[in-house]
Design a protein around this ligand. Sequence first.
Ligand code: DGP
Length: 114
Amino acid sequence: MKYDKGNVFYKIINKEISSDILLEGEHFVAFRDVRPKAPVHILVVPRGGYVDWRDFSTHASAEEIAGFCRGIAEVIDFAGLNKGGYRLISNSGEFGQQEVFHMHVHILGDVTVK
Ligand code: DGP
């Protein structure tokens, strides 16, 4: 599938629509999911246009991949999830029930868990 700039995460990254952005870096933007499935539910997206995890890990530069992965670690610390733990999920395609076709990782956690 070809990347389509009409997707909502492209618009969030480019500030065309508002969202609850928590943290940004050169290679990532992190904001709260509008339909949270856990007490803490944050989405982390790369700035570049990649459809899904495979597209990103195949075509992004080493700098983008490292910056994105380190960004996820920064968000985990920022949200206070390192102690209690968290889940990382990246849905892809029909089986993965992917809704937004800009690669993203869900961070799910609960800061009340010790
Ligand atoms: P999925 O593509 O299946 O990984 O799910 C996409 C997630 O994105 C879903 O949990 C809801 C969230 N989402 C969809 N539209 C928006 C939006 O406009 N703003 C925010 N913050 N989240 C959104």
